[in-house]
Design a protein around this ligand. Structure first.
Ligand code: CA
Length: 270
């Protein structure tokens, strides 16, 4: 879509990008980086999270269901615990107390079988990388076990340089801060110079608050509509669908340089 004018969009990508530009009042979409969320996007780790959340909170007498784990997914763990305590105990926990409870959850999580790579995510990253786009990771996680695994599991695709975790920000998702930090780490990018890949409603909300084009991939049990309601610019059912959509956009691009990210570029300036 590098026609450089406001011609009628003809592909799903072009239609979504045109809507995105209108929504935020931007004049151009020139992606240079793709920011991936980690849990439920890069790793199929959400079932482990749901189980360890339930066990840990139960040990403190706080009620948390598997569905809650998906609903609050993306938030920093201590913030989720403070929220539950405020709702069920009518009490504001100190950072220290919440952190102490979160460390129990972390311990249970560490005892779970290792999370596998999300099906299709590596092939998607390879395509994105071959298009000349930087791959970043923006996660609310503070799980050292997973963060350390990333570079190793995705050699040549993921670098610590372009990684944002709960250690990098004070305000986690759904605040825009983690994604703004991701833009910063990937080279002082503007919101219209990146794409976010998310799976969780609160993650989509964070990416939208940062005004970044947001692809939601629904890898969990929540309905697609929840992701659309948070403002996702596109919603897919799996990673392979995203890859196919990107390939289709590349091949439909009139550009002779359709092997690079220019296939995704859009400008509304006449
Ligand atoms: Ca996630």
């Amino acid at each position: 879509m590098n026609n450089g004018n406001s011609a009628t969009p003809t592909t799903p990508w072009e239609a979504s990008v045109a809507q995105y530009l209108k929504k935020h009042g931007f004049e151009a979409f020139q992606p240079k980086a793709v920011l991936f969320d980690m849990d439920g996007v890069i790793y199929d780790s959400m079932p482990n999270h749901a189980t360890s959340w339930q066990k840990a909170m139960d040990s403190f007498g706080l009620h948390m269901t598997a569905a809650d784990a998906y609903r609050y997914e993306g938030m920093r763990g201590v913030e989720t615990i403070k929220l539950l305590a405020a709702q069920q105990w009518q009490r504001q926990l100190s950072d220290e107390e919440a952190q102490r409870m979160y460390s129990v959850k972390t311990r249970y999580f560490g005892q779970c079988p290792p999370a596998q790579k999300m099906e299709g995510v590596e092939a998607l990253m390879k395509l994105i990388s071959s298009m000349g786009l930087t791959i970043g990771v923006v996660t609310g996680s503070g799980q050292h076990t997973l963060l350390d695994k990333l570079e190793n599991d995705f050699k040549g695709l993921i670098s610590q340089r372009y990684m944002v975790s709960s250690f990098d920000v004070t305000h986690g998702k759904p605040a825009p801060d983690p994604y703004l930090k991701g833009l910063h780490k990937c080279g002082e990018l503007k919101p219209w110079q990146a794409i976010v890949v998310e799976n969780a409603p609160l993650g989509v909300r964070a990416a939208q608050a940062a005004k970044i084009f947001t692809i939601a991939v629904n890898t969990g049990p929540l309905p697609n509509q929840l992701l659309a309601d948070e403002g996702a610019d596109m919603v897919f059912g799996c990673m392979e669908e995203v890859r196919q959509s990107l390939l289709a956009q590349k091949s439909s691009s009139a550009s002779s340089s359709s092997s690079d990210a220019s296939a995704l570029v859009s400008e509304t300036l006449p």
